[in-house]
Design a protein around this ligand. Structure first.
Ligand code: HEM
Length: 471
């Protein structure tokens, strides 16, 4: 089934944003290795985008690429117990995140998920909208202090905004945190330990790679010390009803014990890391697309002004910002912040009509799935109206999955959508975004999918204040 595409009235011609062209066949061995270590999505051959399942003919690694929605559901939902997370993903994340919610398995994962769940109840999430709007408004204020039309790296700007949001909504405030220093530490970790090396592919002991990454080790020490201070402080202070309190008060249903400081630290680092950059990247790619399609920017502007006027954008407004949300959904289709999920098969089975053996790595290449020739019309083309209400997309859950699926689905998905909607609406209402001439933007996989050199963009604040909608 193809996800049919209603054409928007008055829409400007659609366009195809820059993206790597998949090689027709598997690359020669050395080149394949080089690409795998540098930017794996550039090595996925066109068959990954065309077939429900692709098994490379030369099996340098026991990899299977899965794009069949029923088989994906089997891996992530029905047979999830036999498909734990893949070893490479764990190697890249565990040095920082230890055994936190994202990287734990089995009973240890289950109780941590249960422990964090109260902080992501719809009521809790909706209460975060003021803090989200305030963080976006602070960015607008920063832009007011710049010369009109000055270039700004919106990728870095979104990292600051979303970092502030996580601290304000889940960590009880920004006091005692240096957002710049902390996001620089995360960036350093990603650059040094988030990039796979031959040591990872050879499954060398993990300390060996850490030995070669002094900057990342410093970053880990710095981030751990920050989070340890927070834990010590919050143990002394009265509860505030946020994520930290949910974790502090949780009890393991099997043993009745509370989380140790080490477990708390792993989880707080997981939420800090997982909770800011992914959303920042969804927003970055949305601005990348919008800056090439002024018509969509105008449509968002008109929508925001008619729904919220010039006032603060609340959760109730966000619910009504249909087109704004469609743009975010389309940005995450074309550039999913986590562009591949990886699982390891623990029991022989059949997937998409092919036997899958114990020990094989099953890659669900979300980036390719979202551009798959079997399921999408004009797959590489930007078209937010694919997501307009009533589109048949909802009927096939495992074709579009920026937040993953099954029991390990992103716990922060609703929070992220609310956050991205309010931030994008606030910024597009305040400013116009234009691309800067330069080489094509290269999507680079470093744990998440990021523009290789950030996203320098011309930001021009709008002159006239929008008129407030009549009550
Ligand atoms: C646009 C933003 C986001 C995207 C695209 C995203 C994507 C994902 C994906 C694909 C997974 C599943 C990984 C897998 O199955 O291997 C995941 C898991 C997770 N995400 Fe997100 N995420 C986003 C925002 C957030 C936010 C805001 C938070 C927290 C505040 C968060 C916290 C987590 C955690 C803790 C997990 C692990 C859940 C588990 O294994 O039980 N994410 N995310």
């Amino acid at each position: 089934m193809k996800a049919a595409r209603p054409v928007a009235a008055n829409s400007a011609p659609l366009f195809t944003p820059s993206h790597p062209i998949p090689p027709r066949a598997q690359l020669p061995r050395l080149q394949s290795l080089r690409v795998m270590l540098d930017n794996p999505i550039e090595g996925w051959p066109s068959a990954v985008y065309e077939e429900p399942i692709y098994v490379p003919p030369r099996r340098d690694f026991p990899l299977v690429y899965l794009c069949d929605p029923d088989a994906i559901r089997a891996v992530l939902v029905e047979r999830a117990a036999f498909f734990p997370k893949g070893p490479l993903w764990m190697r890249l994340l565990k040095p920082l995140l230890g055994e936190g919610l994202l990287t734990a398995e089995g009973a240890h994962w289950r109780w941590q998920r249960h422990a964090a769940a109260p902080a992501f109840q719809p009521r809790q999430v909706l209460q975060c909208s003021d803090a989200i709007g305030a963080a976006a408004e602070r960015a607008v204020e920063r832009w007011r202090r710049q010369a009109p039309g000055e270039t700004c790296d919106v990728a870095a700007e979104f990292v600051s905004i979303t970092f502030e949001v996580i601290l304000d909504t889940m960590f009880g405030g920004r006091e005692g945190y240096d957002v710049k220093a902390m996001s620089a530490a995360f960036a350093r970790y990603v650059a040094e330990l988030g990039k796979p090396t031959l040591l990872d592919l050879a499954s060398a002991p993990r300390w060996l790679k850490r030995f070669t990454a002094p900057g990342a080790n410093e970053a880990i020490d710095y981030l751990r010390a920050k989070v340890d201070d927070t834990i010590a402080r919050r143990r002394r202070e009265p509860p505030r009803g946020d994520l930290i309190d949910a974790l502090l008060s949780a009890r393991d249903p099997e043993t009745g014990r509370a989380m140790s400081d080490a477990e708390l630290r792993d989880n707080l680092l997981t939420f800090l890391a997982g909770g800011h950059e992914t959303t920042a990247l969804a927003l970055t790619w949305a601005i990348f697309l919008l800056s090439q399609h002024p018509e969509s920017q105008h449509r968002i502007y008109r929508e925001v002004v008619s729904v919220a006027g010039a006032g603060a954008i609340t959760a109730a407004h966000a619910d009504e910002l249909q087109f704004t949300k469609q743009v975010i959904q389309e940005a995450m289709r074309l550039y999913p912040p986590l562009p591949a999920l990886s699982r390891v098969c623990r029991q022989d089975c059949e997937l998409a009509g092919r036997p899958t053996r114990r020990g094989e790595i099953v890659v669900i290449p979300t980036y390719a799935l979202h551009r798959h020739r079997l399921y999408w019309d004009n797959p590489d083309c930007y078209d937010p109206d694919r997501f307009s209400p009533g589109s048949p997309l909802g009927a096939r859950r495992y074709l579009y999955m920026p937040f993953g699926g099954g029991p390990r689905v992103c716990i922060g998905a609703s929070f992220a959508m609310l956050e991205a909607t309010i931030i994008l609406a606030t910024l597009v209402r305040a400013a116009n975004f234009e691309t800067i001439e330069g080489p094509p933007v290269r999507p680079l996989l470093r744990i998440a999918l990021r523009p290789e050199h950030g996203l320098p963009t011309r930001v021009t604040l709008r002159r006239s204040e929008p008129k407030i909608r009549a009550a």
